[in-house]
Write a protein that binds this ligand. Structure first.
Ligand code: FE
Ligand code: FE
Ligand code: MG
Length: 165
């Protein structure tokens, strides 16, 4: 990274890189969980749920891109092996083994809630120590908050639909 760009980071860069890499692994796992969920999804309102899952998959991949760009800019190396996503992840991976829409929504809501916590923590740590990373975390958390809300709204509609039959 540029000399002055590095100078303004007033925290341990290795610690920051570790946090960025952990979030990077979360994003790839979230991407795959959404992407596959959209393929296997079954049940009432499945068209609306699939559209949302597909949109979120694309957005999680966008988060991975923002993170990897920052990791490289800070002189780090993004995790190179998918096998390591599992050991580095904060939020884990919930396999879509049960294709029911309600189950998929619940699993992904849990993932979003974890992600919101991860980026809030990253923002708290970087707020003054690294404004550039702070801004990236802010962009991402705005979408994670939206994701949680989208999924909870779908789950609410699904429950209303099922209970009124
Ligand atoms: Fe994300
Ligand atoms: Fe998300
Ligand atoms: Mg959405």
């Amino acid at each position: 990274m540029g000399t002055k760009g590095t100078e303004i980071v007033s925290m341990d860069v290795n610690e920051l890189l570790e946090l960025l890499n952990k979030a990077y692994c979360d994003e790839w796992l979230a991407y795959y969980q959404y992407w596959l969920g959209a393929k296997v999804c079954k049940g009432p309102m499945k068209d609306a749920v699939i559209a949302e899952l597909e949109q979120h998959a694309t957005e999680e991949l966008g988060h991975a891109l923002l993170l990897t760009n920052r990791i490289i800019q800070l002189g780090g190396t993004p995790i190179t092996t998918p096998k390591d996503w599992y050991t580095w992840t904060n939020c884990g991976y919930d396999a879509p083994d049960d294709p029911y829409v309600g189950t998929l929504l619940e699993q992904n809501i849990k993932g979003e809630q974890c992600a919101i916590g991860v980026y809030k923590k990253l923002m708290d740590i970087t707020q003054t120590a690294d404004p550039v990373t702070y801004n990236i975390a802010l962009q991402i958390i705005e979408q994670e908050v939206e994701h949680e809300e989208d999924l909870q709204a779908l789950k609410e509609d699904l429950e209303l639909m099922v209970s009124r039959k």
